[in-house]
Design a protein around this ligand. Sequence first.
Ligand code: CP
Length: 325
Amino acid sequence: MHTGHESTTSGFKQKHLLDLHDITAENIITVLDTAVSFKNIFTRSIKKVPSLRGKTVCNLFFEPSTRTRISFELAAKRLSADVINFNAQTSSLSKGESLIDTAKTLLAMNADIIIMRHSSPGAAHFLAHRLPVHIVNAGDGSHAHPTQALLDIFTIREKLGYIEGLNILIVGDILHSRVARSNIQGLRKLGAHVSVCGPSTLIPAHIEQLGVTVFYDLDQALEQCDVINVLRIQLERQQQGLFPSLREYSLLFGLTAERLERAQKGNKKILVLHPGPMNRGIEISSEVADSAQSVITEQVTNGIAVRMAVLYLLCGQGTVPDTVE
Ligand code: CP
């Protein structure tokens, strides 16, 4: 994460949000606490504050997205910003315009914040080094997805009250997952014990160096688990021979009600997260996804509050959100 340009609130001094590698635990807590204030306005009849009035937010998405793009748009609108939605398919990119020229064009239209999703790891860093505008990484290849991790952490803290000391298990394609990487970084900074589990072909070599425990057996991994974050299995990985069949994956690593039941002793209930989109019946059964211990739809709602907090802390001005009428 780059610094060098001050926002106006709470000692949060980040110009960009590119990943969770360099962010401090204090800044993560500031994002979470600010998001709590913004979530409070969701129950009001007018779900809007003027914190980004006069600012322009541009959604620059080069990859498909439902949750991230829509929630950033809604977050910016609830902060009273003007919003531009850039569609890569219908843009001049198809005429050969480069990423940097596309971004400079948006800058010439006075964009204050560019939110970018791109298939190339490092794409958000590339723009951040070249443009005098706030950049938020909305997912860059298999590298980072910081706002997804922040909303996951927000949801866990909201449900359980704390993060430090929790045993949090991330299951699935860890090798290609920007969500896993950002969650590991953020959760470890807040003192959680993080484990990962998946087929050996989908676990990166030397991942223990990130301070996580590795399991290859889901039932064993679930024994010590307070929270499980189930990742989408990327179906194209099967064509690459990284696991033999969806049926086998589902049998060994799918989260079913029976598996959860076996792992939960006494009153213990494991909190279930999934960043979406889900492959029901593969990495997670519908029974689990729709159960009382699943917080998957709450993650989506919380994503709006967390993204409001990020936009506000990077570029907002004036009073703290819960004093704004
Ligand atoms: N979790 C997530 O990033 O979802 P989208 O791809 O729909 O934005």
